[in-house]
Design a binder for this molecule. Structure first.
Ligand code: SF4
Ligand code: SF4
Ligand code: FES
Length: 279
C-alpha cells in the first residue's frame, strides 16, 4: 500500500518519553546526570520549565540535564525564542544551531518532548511542563544541542542531488508541464533537518550503509523529475541490499517530519520504480 499523504499516518500526540532509554547500555561516564537548576527569573509572572541536555566536550564529566525557568512574557512564543532568551539572559554557554527561525533552514532540529522537530516551529504552549530538550537522537553530540551531521550530509551527497542531462541544453530552460512540476510537490520542500533520519530505527541499526529517509526522499525528488536524464544510473546506485532496502516501512520518518513531507512514500515510490524496471 502506498500512503498518499502524511495525514494518513497517525501522528503521535507529542509522546513525552523517548522510545529508547537514553542511558541504555552506554558507558558509565556517558550516563546523564542531574545538572544545574537555575533560579526563577525575578518578577516573572508566567513561566515555563525547560530541562535541557548539556554536554561540554572540554570537560571529562558526563552529560547532564540543566533546568531553566523561562519568563514567557519576556521572550517570543516559540521554543527557539526561549533558547535564545536563555542564552542571552541566563547562561551564555548554552549551544544550539539556528539560522532562519522560520522553519526553512533545518538548523534547529532537536528532540523536543520525545519528538524530533524544529525548535523555531514548536510553540511553547504546546510543550509539556517541564519540557525535555535533547539533541537529535542517534548522532554524535558536539556540544549541548549540536549534533554532528557530517555522515548524514555525506549520505545526502551520495544521491547526487542535481539535474543530470545528456541532451544538449535548449536555448531556453528545460520546460515541464504543470503535471510534471506537480509530481515534485511533497519532495522538493525538504529542508534537510534530518528529523526523519534521526528517528528511523533502521538507520539506528544500519546507518553506516542504509541511506535513511532524508537522503532517499531527495533521491526520489530527482528520480521523479521529468527533466532528469540520469534515472538509470540513479537506480543502479540505489539497487543495493542496504542503501534502499533496509527501509522496513516503520514510518517514524513520516510521523516526525516538521514540513509534513512523506519520506515513507518516497521510498515506496523508489522501490516501485525499481520493480517496474525489473530490478
Ligand atoms: S519508513 Fe523506512 S525510512 Fe521511514 S522510519 Fe521506517 S524504516 Fe526508516
Ligand atoms: S523529509 Fe522532512 S524530516 Fe526529513 S530531512 Fe526533509 S524536512 Fe526534515
Ligand atoms: S532556525 Fe531554520 S528551521 Fe529553525
Amino acid at each position: 500500500m502506498i500512503i498518499e499523504s502524511s495525514d494518513e499516518v497517525p501522528r503521535l500526540k507529542w509522546p513525552r518519553r523517548f522510545p529508547v532509554p537514553r542511558d541504555f547500555g552506554v558507558a558509565q561516564n556517558s550516563r546523564i546526570v542531574e545538572g544545574k537548576s537555575w533560579p526563577k527569573p525575578k518578577g516573572a509572572k508566567r513561566i515555563t520549565t525547560l530541562r535541557i541536555y548539556r554536554y561540554e566536550p572540554d570537560n571529562d564529566g558526563p552529560p547532564s540535564i540543566d533546568t531553566f525557568i523561562v519568563d514567557v512574557d519576556d521572550c517570543g512564543p516559540m521554543l527557539l525564542d526561549a533558547l535564545i532568551w536563555i542564552k542571552y539572559k541566563v547562561d551564555s554557554t548554552l549551544t544550539f544551531r539556528r539560522s532562519c527561525r522560520e522553519g526553512v533552514c533545518g538548523s534547529c532540529a532537536m528532540t523536543i518532548d520525545g519528538t524530533n522537530w524544529t525548535a523555531c516551529t514548536r510553540a511553547m504552549d504546546e510543550l509539556s511542563e517541564p519540557a525535555t530538550i535533547y539533541p537529535l537522537a542517534n548522532l554524535p553530540v558536539i556540544k549541548d544541542l549540536v549534533s554532528d551531521q557530517t555522515h548524514l550530509f555525506a549520505q545526502h551527497a551520495l544521491t547526487e542531488p542535481w539535474l543530470k542531462t545528456e541532451t544538449p541544453a535548449p536555448e531556453h530552460e528545460r520546460v515541464q508541464s504543470v503535471e510534471q512540476r506537480q509530481a515534485l510537490d511533497g519532495y522538493y520542500e525538504c529542508i534537510m533537518c534530518f528529523c526523519c533520519t534521526s528517528g528511523c530505527p533502521s538507520h539506528w541499526w544500519n546507518g553506516d550503509r542504509f541511506l535513511g529517509p532524508a537522503a532517499l526522499l531527495t533521491a526520489w525528488r530527482w528520480l521523479a523529475d521529468s527533466r532528469d536524464e540520469g534515472r538509470g544510473e540513479r537506480l543502479d546506485a540505489l539497487d543495493d541490499p542496504f542503501r534502499l532496502y533496509r527501509c522496513h516501512t516503520i514510518l517514524n520518518c513520516t510521523r516526525t517530519c516538521p514540513r509534513g513531507l512523506n519520506p515513507g512514500k518516497a521510498i515506496a515510490e523508489i522501490k516501485r520504480m525499481m520493480l517496474d524496471r525489473g530490478g
